[in-house]
Design a protein around this ligand. Sequence first.
Ligand SMILES: Cc1cc2nc3c(=O)[nH]c(=O)nc-3n(C[C@H](O)[C@H](O)[C@H](O)COP(=O)(O)OP(=O)(O)OC[C@H]3O[C@@H](n4cnc5c(N)ncnc54)[C@H](O)[C@@H]3O)c2cc1C
Length: 339
Amino acid sequence: MESILVLTHADETGVALTKASLETITAGNELAARLGAEMKIGIVAASPQHLSKGLPYAVLAVQGEPFAQARFSSDAAACVALWRAAQATIVLAPHSSRFARVMAAVAHRVGGAIDTHVTSIAGSSDVEASRWYYRQRIEAVLARTTRPWFLLLDAGTHAPFELDADAPPEEIAIAVELPMLRTEVTGLRAPQQNQQTIRPDAKLLFVAGAGWTKKQPDGQIHVEDAGELILAFLAASGASLGSSKSLVDQGGEGNSVLPFLTHLNQVGQTGSTPRHPKGLATCCHGEEPHVVGWRFVGERRAVSLDPNCGWTRGKADVVYVADAFKVMAKVNEKLGNSQ
Ligand SMILES: Cc1cc2nc3c(=O)[nH]c(=O)nc-3n(C[C@H](O)[C@H](O)[C@H](O)COP(=O)(O)OP(=O)(O)OC[C@H]3O[C@@H](n4cnc5c(N)ncnc54)[C@H](O)[C@@H]3O)c2cc1C
C-alpha cells in the first residue's frame, strides 16, 4: 500500500507556499484519491504556522530561521527529517530551484530513487510518472519498484491547490538535526520587476523574431521602434518575453540589437519550452526548431508578413498576415486606452 508525502516550501515572502508547491499538492491529492493512499504534507519554512492554514491534510513542518533561506545543507536535512517522520513510499515535490538542488541527495540519504521533470502521474493501482526526453520530443512513462520514490514535478503542469478556508491550521513540528551551516545568504540581487522579461507565470508568451530587426517595406531598419513597441507591450500586458534564436544570436555578436534580450529568452529546440496558456509570435518565421519550444503553449497566434511562414503551415491556431509594427502599435494603443 502506497503512502504519499508532498514536500512544499515557502515563497520569498515567507508567508505563502509557492505556486509550484500548491500545484504539487493538487498532484498528490489526485494520486492519493486514485490509489486510496494516505497523504501528508511537509513544509520547509521559517514560520510554517501561516502556511498550513487551509490544507485539509496532516501537515508536518520544520521551522526556524535556518529554513528562511534556500541552502543545501539545511534544506536537505529538513527534507530528510520530514520524510523520516512521514515514512512515505511516494514523495512528490515541486521542481523549483530550491528543491531541485537538494532532492537527489535526500533520495540517496533515505535509500530511495528519484525522477525529475515529471509532468503527469497516472495509474490506479501502480504509479506511472511521465516525463519528456530529447527536448520534449519523446514522452516516457516510468514505473519503479524502489521505494521511497521521489518525483519532482515541473511547474505549470497542474492547477494550484485551492486552500480550504474551513480547514484549521494544524501542523506537527518536526525537529531537525542541522549540520554545521557554512553558507549564509547575505542578500539577493535580482533585476527589478519591470526589467525582468521572463515571467513563467504569465498568461501570455510574447515571442519576438528576427523580423523586428530586418529592413522594412520603407527600406529602413527600425530597431529602436521595435524595442519601444515590445517593451510597451510587455509593461501593459504583463506577458513573458520569448525570442527566436536568430534574434538573440544577433545580440551575441556584440551588436546591441534589442538590449533586453538574452539567450535565456530563446524558445525552441536549443532554448526553453515554457508553459503559458497563450502565445503570440511576432516577426518570426515559425520554423520547426523554434516551434518545438511551443509544445506546451495552449493557444498559438502569430503575426507575420509572410503568408507562407511556418505558422500558416499548421503551426498556429490563428495567423495575422500583417505588419507587426502596425499591429503592435495598435494593440498598445488599445491597452493604453483600457487602463
Ligand atoms: C540545430 C538547430 C537548433 C535550433 N534551435 C532553435 C531554437 O531553439 N529556437 C529558435 O528560435 N530557432 C532555432 N533554430 C533556428 C531556426 O531554424 C530558425 O532559423 C529561427 O527560428 C528563425 O528565426 P526567425 O523566425 O526569428 O527569423 P527569420 O527566419 O529571419 O524570420 C523572420 C520573419 O519575420 C517576418 N517579418 C519581417 N518583418 C516583419 C514585420 N514587419 N511584421 C511581421 N513579420 C515580419 C519575415 O517575413 C520572416 O518570416 C535552430 C536551428 C538549428 C539548425
